[in-house]
Design a binder for this molecule. Structure first.
Ligand code: MN
Length: 420
């Protein structure tokens, strides 16, 4: 599918993230809909369970309970051979010259619903969650602040995509609010730790890919096979508590500073939809080991913005970054993750790590934007932020844009409520 100018008979507002060429997948529910698999064009949600029931996926033999379902896992498990056909069928069915459904107002009433009338649920059931650390600019900034400016990157960093196993149970969909976490904090000048709410609540601008095919225990996935195993991508906010992190992370890495809450955008954008936005990644020097070598363009040009909105205030853009800055690409991350025989499962989520770019306005966390609080950000209402205040709403938006084609991710938006 490369027809970038094809139009849908469904209205698509200018700058919509969801033109005919996107067709992401998600889970919706409403008073009239039990949880089910859906897609979206413009502001119109498409009920795939209803389409299947009415016979529009004839020949694809999709069991109805795969689509009347509270997660995409069973749908993804049909395999790309089926899910890409579903996506192609939707592109055909909703193309402006196709009257098959457009001429049937009764069917249209059953299948289509305005986004305002439904709720998005968590799109996948996440079995395991991994967070990488693959932006060189981010790792360099953090290394400069916390260790040694002259040797900001640790010796392993350019040889392997550093990562850690996070917690899946506390990943929620956009729109979920959470309370400021409490924990042990030890200021640098204090002798003993104290207990209390984090003073340094932060976001991390990330994207995550979702596993779409399983390998067996003991089998590795090569960089050239990796894309078959990736169903699609979402925006990811890896909420963090910097003071808790600084005290607890030695020697085993992040724990309670990260697992209190993470959030994702509701629509999973497929790799197929992102195909026009492939781009070359940064040159990797020193040369990587053979199992991490790859060919072709494995990075994607996806623009990413972060906004802070105070209670009753306006949104303030605090960061403009891009997924293309990733030093390690998703194929290398997955090849590394499985090189020891680790098995991945459908619905597993692999986050990128904070995506910072080279300039100060492209840093992907408050830690870096304010340089650990040394350079506060001024908001439109005159207030300042070093980190995230109570009742601030943080929103990440992302989209790829080229030749008048815009493939977007929507947003992931959460409000930080006071500690309880
Ligand atoms: Mn992270």
């Amino acid at each position: 599918m490369s027809n970038t100018s094809a139009k849908s008979w469904i209205e698509v507002p200018a700058k919509s993230d969801f033109p005919l060429q996107n067709i992401p997948f998600g889970i919706i529910k409403s008073d009239k809909h039990s949880p089910r698999v859906a897609s979206i064009i413009g502001n119109t949600v498409i009920d795939l369970a209803a389409l299947n029931h009415l016979g529009y996926f004839k020949g694809l033999n999709i069991p109805q309970n795969v689509l009347v379902n509270k997660s995409l896992n069973n749908f993804i498990a049909l395999g790309k051979a089926v899910t890409t056909k579903v996506r192609q069928r939707l592109i055909d069915l909703f193309s402006e010259n196709n009257s098959e459904l457009n001429d049937n107002s009764e069917h249209k009433n059953t299948v289509l619903v305005n986004i305002a009338k439904v709720e998005n649920l968590m799109p996948v059931e996440v079995g395991d969650y991994t967070d990488f650390y693959s932006s060189m600019e981010h790792a360099t900034n953090v290394g400069k602040m916390f260790r040694d400016p002259a040797n900001a990157l640790l010796p392993n960093w350019k040889h392997l995509p550093v990562g850690y196993h996070g917690r899946a149970s506390s990943i929620f969909v956009s729109g979920t609010n959470f309370h400021r976490p409490k924990g042990q904090i030890k200021p640098p000048d204090a002798e003993l730790p104290t207990f209390g709410p984090t003073k340094l609540l932060d976001f991390e601008l990330e994207m995550a890919f979702i596993i779409g095919k399983e390998n067996k225990l003991g089998e590795s996935i090569s960089t050239s096979q990796a894309e078959e195993y990736i169903f699609g991508m979402v925006l990811f906010n890896d909420w963090s508590a910097r003071d808790i992190q600084a005290w607890e992370y030695v020697p085993l890495g992040p724990f309670l500073a990260k697992n209190f809450f993470s959030s994702v955008s509701p629509w999973v954008v497929t790799l197929e939809a992102l195909e026009p936005f492939r781009i070359q990644g940064p040159v990797q020097n020193p040369k990587v080991l053979p199992y991490l070598e790859y060919t072709g363009n494995k990075n994607y040009d996806i623009q990413l913005d972060v906004f802070i909105q105070p209670e009753n205030g306006e949104e303030n853009k605090v960061c403009h970054s891009n997924f293309k800055y990733m030093y390690w690409n998703m194929c290398q991350q997955l090849a590394h993750h499985t090189i020891n025989g680790c098995n991945v499962r459908i619905g597993d989520m692999m986050a990128s790590g904070t995506i910072s770019g080279p300039s100060e306005d492209s840093f992907g966390s408050m830690l870096e934007i304010t340089w650990r609080g040394a350079k506060p950000v001024k908001l439109k209402d005159g207030s300042e932020r070093k980190f995230i205040n109570d009742n601030d709403t943080v929103t990440i938006r992302g989209y790829a844009e080229k030749d008048e084609l815009r493939i977007g991710f929507g947003e992931v938006k959460n409000k930080a409520l006071p500690a309880i």
